[in-house]
Ligand binder design. Structure first.
Ligand code: URA
Length: 206
């Protein structure tokens, strides 16, 4: 995949990279977004969590996973006994893509070109972080990191390692849980997500 392209040597630190990213015009999504939402977390993180793209709340705050999906992610990580504070949290796409519906900004899915252009930044983050495990949350992160051959519902819970690259745990996106209405199904899906997240623990050394 494009994730660990080896041509990001200009930015020596994540702070440098974030400053470069703030000026990104690699695709058109910067035009309507409030903030570029870069990744956040310790420079020495062993685990990198990758979502899809910032939502409404993240776009306003300039921080990843601070809205409803982020709260659910935090709860599930806690139940899986993984400290979010030790993870670097980022997204496959760094600007919020949306459509206006009345006064509401509704999430719109990033297209393949937007995902591909933004993979340059994700690759640069991974190259600087050199994590032990990357967790792909949902289809957009999976396609950015692993391409189209890996399918979330077929491959979830598996750790995949493309040749010469880092281990990647495939799982669902927490927003998928928010959309389930039926209580038993919601709980089953939540527990399955936590079961996937527990696989993170053996990658934490300290
Ligand atoms: N959903 C994502 O994929 N990322 C965020 O940062 C927030 C919601």
């Amino acid at each position: 995949g494009p994730s660990l392209a080896r041509d990001h040597a200009e930015a020596a630190t994540l702070d440098d990279l974030r400053r470069d990213a703030d000026a990104c015009m690699r695709c058109d999504l910067y035009r309507d977004a409030t903030h570029l939402v870069f990744g956040e977390g310790p420079q020495n993180a062993e685990i990198v969590l990758v979502g899809e793209q910032p939502g409404d709340k993240e776009d306003l705050a300039g921080k990843p996973f601070v809205g409803p999906a982020g709260r659910l992610l935090d709860q599930c990580l806690e139940e899986a006994d993984v400290d979010r504070g030790r993870c670097y949290v980022t997204n496959a796409v760094k600007h919020f893509k949306y459509q206006m519906r009345g006064k509401k900004r509704l999430h719109a899915r990033p297209n393949a070109g937007e995902v591909q252009r933004c993979a340059w930044w994700l690759g640069a983050e991974l190259e600087l972080l050199k994590p032990r495990l990357v967790v792909a949350l949902g289809a957009t992160a999976v396609s950015s990191l692993l391409g189209s051959k890996i399918k979330v519902m077929r491959d979830r819970g598996h750790i995949i390692r493309p040749a010469g690259e880092v281990d990647i745990l495939v799982t669902i996106h927490p927003s998928a849980l928010l959309r389930i209405r039926e209580p038993d199904e919601k709980e089953r899906s939540r527990l399955a997500f936590i079961r996937d997240l527990k696989k993170i623990r053996s990658f934490l050394r300290h």
